[in-house]
Design a protein around this ligand. Structure first.
Ligand SMILES: NC(=O)C1=CN([C@@H]2O[C@H](COP(=O)(O)OP(=O)(O)OC[C@H]3O[C@@H](n4cnc5c(N)ncnc54)[C@H](OP(=O)(O)O)[C@@H]3O)[C@@H](O)[C@H]2O)C=CC1
Ligand SMILES: O=C(CO)COP(=O)(O)O
Length: 365
């Protein structure tokens, strides 16, 4: 067994969590929250699905052979949220507008935090899920999850989660329950950076999958360009480089691009084989965030005046307007904009940091 995080965190003391959406990730997170000490309920879209999961005590359609902990309850979403202390949204971005719009009507208590787990943008405006949640509930009640976390491996072996919120106590409470369940979870105060890192890695994994058959340098370039384009967008919204460089960005990109089961990379491979985007979701059978999200992302980058030739070209490949060979040619020929010259202030800070490092190396241990 791999080493597990220390379990020295106090018990959350009977707090109740509700996970909305019983797909692969919602189910996996519900299992972990129950293991971590929350009184957890997994809410399904339909009554029939709730009855099936309750009878079988596993989610055979989305996460087979993972037994539910005895304490995990299952009920349909129609049961409402009036007893929830935390609400986790396990629904893909395309369904989030509807689900978020219904939260109050289904009895969400006035102070209960809402945590988005989606790695996409919400149609029709292409907003990040936490932006929508902030507008509805205020930043102190909103958080998101990121990091490399394939559902099955997460419940059997672990993951590298990131819990991000402007409310540092909320990020800590979420991270602690996952750590109690034996899964590493970093705390972050950069929800927009973490969320856009997840967006970047899904778009980049799709692009790499679509391009790998034409050459791995091209696949790497496609992913690198898209990452840099989304980063410039995230930076303008106050996103921190640590999020993009760390678990939520680079870590999740590698975890997704290498995973044989990754839906986003497999969708890219199908695109590269000439399968129309409209046929891909049925072939994959689960959420493919990047297919829905790249068109929204391309529009968001254009509106924000971010130079994004490769994300725009990926949109063209998905819509069928750009043939595969032209997409690959575009990736191979794109030269990123030159790095902006550092200001005098940034050069001074960099000099000071270099000096501190040099001095610290001179000191004995
Ligand atoms: N799976 C993974 O390993 C990871 C996934 N994520 C993210 O988690 C999010 C959820 O994905 P995932 O669980 O994998 O997707 P799945 O396709 O496995 O499941 C989606 C679930 O959402 C439900 N759903 C979809 N639309 C609605 C709606 N409008 N109202 C209510 N329920 C709805 C589906 O219900 P039904 O079955 O009835 O269609 C299904 O239960 C995505 O953003 C993904 O990027 C993040 C990390 C890892
Ligand atoms: O986000 C994920 C792992 O961190 C899951 O990736 P896919 O949606 O591509 O399967």
């Amino acid at each position: 067994m791999p080493p597990r995080p220390q379990l020295t965190i106090p018990s959350p003391g009977g707090r109740r969590a509700v996970v909305l959406g019983a797909g692969s990730f919602g189910t996996a997170v519900a299992v972990l929250l129950a293991r971590g000490g929350f009184r957890t309920t997994l809410q399904t879209r339909s009554t029939e699905q709730a009855e099936r999961l309750e009878t079988e005590r596993e989610n055979a359609a989305y996460l087979p052979e993972v037994q539910f902990p005895r304490e995990l309850r299952v009920e349909p979403m129609s049961a409402g949220l009036s007893r929830a202390d935390y609400v986790f949204l396990g629904v893909p971005s395309r369904g989030l507008s509807q689900v978020i719009g219904n939260l109050q009507a289904t009895g969400l208590p006035a102070r209960t935090p809402v945590i988005s787990m989606a790695k996409g943008l919400v149609p029709p405006d292409g907003l990040a899920p936490t932006t929508l949640l902030n507008q509805a509930f205020g930043v102190d009640r909103v958080a998101c999850l990121g990091g490399p976390a394939h559902a099955r491996e997460m419940v059997t072996e672990g993951a590298g989660l990131v819990a991000a919120s402007s409310n540092v106590k909320l990020a800590a409470a979420i991270a602690n329950v996952f750590m109690r369940a034996g899964v590493v979870c970093e705390q972050s105060n950069d929800p927009v950076g973490v969320e856009l890192s997840g967006v970047a890695k899904n778009a980049a994994s799709l692009a790499a999958g679509a391009t790998a058959g034409q050459g791995l340098n091209a696949a790497g370039a496609a992913a690198g360009h898209i990452f840099a384009e989304v980063w410039r967008y995230a930076e303008r919204q106050g996103g921190k480089p640590e999020s993009m460089i760390g678990l939520a960005g680079t870590g999740d990109l590698v975890g997704t691009a290498l995973a044989p089961q990754s839906r986003n990379r497999r969708a890219g491979e199908l695109l590269g084989q000439g399968v129309p985007a409209s046929e891909i979701p049925a072939r994959i059978g689960q959420a493919v965030e990047a297919l829905d999200m790249v068109p929204l992302l391309a529009t968001a980058l254009r509106r924000a005046h971010v130079e994004a030739p490769v994300t725009t070209a990926l949109h063209g490949l998905i819509s069928g307007e750009l043939p595969l060979d032209e997409w690959v040619a575009r990736v191979r020929a794109t030269v990123p904009p030159p790095a902006v010259r550092d200001s005098a202030f940034r050069r001074a800070v960099a000099r000071m940091r270099r000096h501190q490092v040099t001095e610290s190396l001179k000191r004995p241990d």
